[in-house]
Design a protein around this ligand. Structure first.
Ligand code: PLP
Length: 339
């Protein structure tokens, strides 16, 4: 059966590099949303905790519950809970949300500094904090998200200036309303590596921890290593004669006799079909013809095939980004830790 291998030493290498930038492991909030970017929520949470990471970021309460034992603080990005969990802070993504949170809930306010996806504007900050407190919510932090920290453009500076104004305003609001100094965080992976000195309370790091951060050439290039590898097992081998074709539609035609094998992985498992006929494995085996639901043919004969150990390279063949390849790996596939 096809399976995912998780490289523990690559993960720890990445966390070392990230901790150097945040200044301390306590400031790493590891983004474990969406099954830890497809790596597997529980194994990644357990390894992170073993390393000493105490904070995590997830999408919903279900994920938070599954990893609660390993962390001191969890931020839920997009769910209004019925019954808030201990250790968990929930995100206020819009003013309309406020009335729907249960009383006593710990919240952090998402601020829109230019991405225009979720969050409250600087002008509405005071009104929202005031309404949140009237609704009995515990406002603990303010955060924002960068839309283009990974590319060289002035937007990075503009969003930073916006968030600096948010911090000043939030501090003054907290003082006037008499609640403790809030937590501030704005950095995803790319932003963390662009910041000269890191001076926030935590960084929400996802892709860098998984070793697949891609930055524009002129920006910093940390020595991260991919954590995820996909292996598949052989189903059958045959020799194609010159002129014979393989798979649905017969889009690959052998120019000369070639030994080929089918392996037990396909688009049902998350192999993006757009890489059909366009990818070569790290070991040099060409992917031949169309990817099927449960099978893919390679110019290979070994029993166990390394399909990819760098999701970004597979993603380039499929016309997408590493995030989509990794997060698409189905949860039912076995996860094996390589140490
Ligand atoms: C997914 C996400 C992150 C992590 O981004 P990376 O680019 O993977 O580091 C950080 N913050 C928010 C709000 C996110 O949704």
């Amino acid at each position: 059966m096809a399976y995912i291998e998780l490289d523990r030493s690559a993960f720890f290498n990445n966390l070392d590099i990230i901790a150097q930038h945040t200044g301390s492991v306590d400031k790493i909030a590891l983004v474990l949303k969406d099954n830890a970017y497809g790596h597997g929520l529980e194994p990644m949470a357990a390894m992170a905790a073993e390393y000493g990471v105490r904070r995590a970021v997830v999408r919903n309460s279900g994920e938070a519950e599954r990893i609660a034992a390993w962390f001191d603080y969890i931020l839920v990005l997009a769910e209004i809970p019925r019954t808030p969990l201990e250790k968990v802070c929930y995100t206020v993504n819009s003013r309309e949300d406020l009335a729907r949170f249960p009383k006593g809930c710990r919240v952090e306010i998402k601020v829109d500094t230019g991405m225009h996806r979720n969050g409250i504007t600087l002008e509405n900050l005071e009104g929202v904090v005031s309404e949140a407190r009237e609704a009995g919510l515990q406002v603990e932090g303010f955060f924002t998200h960068h839309r283009s920290a990974d590319i060289l453009s002035s937007e990075w500076f503009w969003q930073n200036a916006q968030f600096a104004a948010v911090k000043a305003s939030a501090r003054s609001i907290a003082e006037r309303f008499g609640f403790p100094t809030p937590r501030f965080h704005s950095c995803n992976s790319a932003a963390l590596f662009r910041k000269g000195t890191f001076d926030e309370d935590m960084a929400r790091v996802g892709i860098a921890a998984y070793g697949c951060l891609e930055m524009e050439r002129t920006l910093p290039q940390p020595a991260l290593k991919p954590v995820m590898a996909l292996y598949a097992e052989k189903i059958a081998t045959r020799t194609l004669e010159a002129g014979e074709r393989v798979g649905y539609g017969g889009i690959y035609k052998a120019a000369e006799p070639v030994a080929v094998s089918t392996y037990d992985v396909g688009y049902a498992d998350g192999m993006l079909r757009t890489a059909s006929n366009r990818y070569t494995t790290p070991g040099g085996a060409a992917l031949l013809g169309r990817i099927s639901m449960d099978n893919t043919t390679f110019a290979a004969t070994e029993e166990r095939l390394l399909v990819f150990d760098d999701a970004n390279r597979y993603a380039a063949a499929a016309g997408t980004i590493g995030y989509e390849v990794m997060v698409g790996m189905r949860p039912y596939m076995r996860r094996v830790i390589k140490s």
